[in-house]
Design a protein around this ligand. Structure first.
Ligand code: SF4
Length: 95
């Protein structure tokens, strides 16, 4: 599943959540964001509308961090940075 906040996209590979006992992502969201990530039928999910997700999300990235360390590495967050590719090309730091 995936959803968007104001400028970022959160992608969760739900199949990796099988067997996760910490649900650290949801706990992190309650602690560092506004609890927009919920446990729904045993898996992380959202119930807010796309508009409310963009309005309420703080883009804290805590769910991805906590999932790396205490979950199963199921979350990836895309953070577009306008001008980054052009900068890398100009300074020879493209990968
Ligand atoms: S911490 Fe990671 S693996 Fe565990 S439920 Fe959350 S997203 Fe899934």
């Amino acid at each position: 599943m995936e959803f968007e906040e104001r400028t970022i996209k959160i992608i969760i590979e739900e199949e990796k959540c099988e067997g996760c006992e910490t649900h650290a992502c949801v706990e992190a969201c309650k602690t560092f964001d506004r609890g927009i990530l919920e446990l729904i039928d045993g898996k992380p999910g959202v119930s807010l509308s796309p508009e409310d997700l963009k309005r309420k999300g703080t883009e804290c990235l805590a769910c991805e961090y906590e999932c790396w360390f205490r979950g199963n590495g199921a979350i990836r967050i895309e953070v577009p940075i306008p001008g980054l590719e052009e900068y890398r090309r100009k300074h020879g730091t493209s990968f």
